[in-house]
Every structure is written in structure tokens, then in C-alpha cells.
Design a protein around this ligand. Structure first.
Ligand code: ADP
Ligand code: MG
Length: 271
């Protein structure tokens, strides 16, 4: 469905205006303008160290951006803006409230090793959402079913493959009913034969209309599922556009070089 460029006329779910981020003297994001629209799937690609994780972490305010503005569902993320334009950091409680709309899935699944698959999901529902155990269990089972793992509800992470652990991590994020899902290289730590089962879950989420921003090196996934692709290089958003255009007919030399080195790496690893 997403191979064709959809027309998004709704207001952006995530909007960045002139986003900058510095760690001390080191500026890693430079003046980034972008939008992700409701139900849109955007893949964020770029070389290692280009700032992809930092941008994702600024969106849910795991990192405080140091310039510009990020709006999530129309609300300024992480700050309150005074009439004179200065930004005051929100209280932690307010940030947590805003973050409820955003699910995040990391390269390393970060499951609790001492909890079963089901309890990894229900724990946050009970502790953060103050849900009663029966309802949390129902939701947990429904989410495990959604990622095809209902039969593994009582398995501990050590008994699950990497692909299954990542699917539990996705189920855990979905249980919180986010309106946006951020993925940071969700398949990079997986053995190649386990990548597809995770991508399939992500594809079905995209089909259901979830708004998704996905850092990935899976160019096949980007070509098939993404509506648009953003290319980040040295902290700058150097190109963005419909996935077909960016991946098969990019404007800039830098992205052509990047895509060329990836296809060489993929064909070498396939030998
Ligand atoms: P990518 O995800 O594209 O590989 P990152 O966002 O992880 O890139 O990193 C971008 C740059 O920011 C790198 O130069 C990295 O060293 C730097 N960086 C990331 N996190 C921190 C941090 N917590 N403190 C200092 N520098 C950081
Ligand atoms: Mg990264």
C-alpha cells in the first residue's frame, strides 16, 4: 500500500523546526526541519554517527534539543515557551505525560530478564498506567497475539530468540497505546534469518496506519514500506522525499555514495 506516495493533508504528528543539538561544544544536529504526518511511515537513513539516534531521542525528549522546536501532536516537546520566546524545561512529570504518546523500540530489546514475556508487557501497564492486573493481562495477551507470540507468554527472554525478544519489545511499546512509534535500528542486532519476522510485524503496523519514524539500514523495507525517506549526514538533513525517489534516483552525491556502499556491503555479506 505504501509503495505509492500517499498524499498527507493532515497536520503533522511530529514537526521539527530548526532543531539543533549540541553535546557541550560538539554540535551533532544542525538546523533540522522536518514533518512526519499521521499514518505516515518515514525511514531515517544515514551513515553511522550522523545523528539519527540523537534526533529520535530528541523527539521523545530522552535528549533535550538545544535549539529550534519539536512539536508532537501540536504540543511543544519538553519545553514551555514564554511570551518572549525563551524556553523553560517542563517538569519531569509533564515530559512523562507527553511521552505516553510515543512508543520507542531500540536495537537492544531491553527486556527484563527476570520477567516472562507477558510480565514484561504488563509491568508498565500496572506501574505506570495503574491498570488492574486482570485488564493488564488481557491487553498483554492481545499484544503478544498481535506480534504472533501468544504461545510464548510465560517464556523468559533467555528462552526467546532475538527476533522473538524484539517482537515482545514491540508488543510492550504497543500496549501503552502510542500514537507514534519510533524505531532505532530494530533489526541491527539480529541474526539475518530473524530480521524478517520483525519487519513483518512492522509492516503490519504500517498497514494499520501507525505513524512511524524508523532508523534502519534495511533498504528493502524502506523501499517497500516507507512513504518518505530522510537522509541525515553529519547532523544535517541533506535530502528528504518520497522513498522511491530518494532510494532509486537521489539528487545528492552523498546519498548516492551512501546507498552504493550499502548495496556493496549487502552483496558481500550474501556471498
Ligand atoms: P547515529 O545514530 O546516526 O549513528 P548518533 O546520534 O548516535 O548517530 O551520534 C551522533 C553524534 O553524536 C556522534 O558523533 C556521537 O558521538 C555523538 N553523541 C551521541 N550521544 C552522545 C552523548 N550522550 N554525549 C556526547 N556525544 C554524543
Ligand atoms: Mg544510532
Amino acid at each position: 500500500m505504501t509503495a505509492m506516495y500517499k498524499l498527507f493533508e493532515n497536520s503533522p504528528t511530529i514537526e521539527g523546526k530548526g532543531v539543533c543539538k549540541s553535546f557541550g561544544e560538539h554540535q551533532v544536529l544542525h538546523d533540522i526541519d522536518f514533518c512526519v504526518y499521521t499514518s505516515e511511515v518515514v525511514c531515517l537513513i544515514g551513515p553511522s554517527g550522523s545523528g539519527k539516534s540523537t534526533l529520535l531521542r530528541c523527539i521523545n525528549f530522552l535528549e533535550n534539543y538545544t535549539g529550534g522546536r519539536i512539536y508532537v501532536n501540536g504540543r511543544l516537546m519538553g519545553y514551555a515557551e514564554a511570551p518572549d520566546g525563551t524556553l523553560e524545561p517542563l517538569k519531569e512529570r509533564e515530559v512523562l505525560e507527553m511521552r505516553k504518546d510515543i512508543g520507542m523500540v531500540f536495537q537492544h530489546f531491553n527486556l527484563w530478564p527476570h520477567l516472562t514475556a507477558l510480565r514484561n508487557i504488563t509491568e508498565a501497564l500496572i506501574m505506570v498506567k495503574r491498570m488492574d492486573r486482570v485488564r493488564a493481562r488481557d491487553i498483554g495477551m492481545a499484544m503478544l497475539d498481535k506480534v504472533g507470540l501468544a504461545d510464548k507468554f510465560d517464556a523468559y527472554p533467555a528462552r526467546l530468540s532475538g527476533g522473538q525478544q524484539q517482537r515482545v519489545a514491540i508488543a510492550r511499546a504497543l500496549a501503552m497505546e502510542p500514537r507514534i512509534m519510533l524505531f532505532d535500528e530494530p533489526t541491527s542486532a539480529l541474526d539475518p534469518e530473524l530480521v524478517d519476522e520483525v519487519l513483518q510485524v512492522m509492516k503490519s503496523l504500517a498497514r494499520e496506519g501507525m505513524t512511524m519514524l524508523v532508523v534502519t539500514h534495511e533498504m528493502g523495507f524502506a523501499a517497500e514500506v516507507a512513504d518518505r525517506v530522510f537522509f541525515l549526514d553529519e547532523g544535517r538533513l541533506v535530502e528528504q522525499g518520497p522513498s522511491r525517489q530518494i532510494l532509486s534516483n537521489p539528487d545528492s552525491f552523498r546519498i548516492r555514495k551512501f546507498l552504493g556502499s550499502w548495496s556493496r556491503r549487502v552483496s558481500a555479506s550474501a556471498c
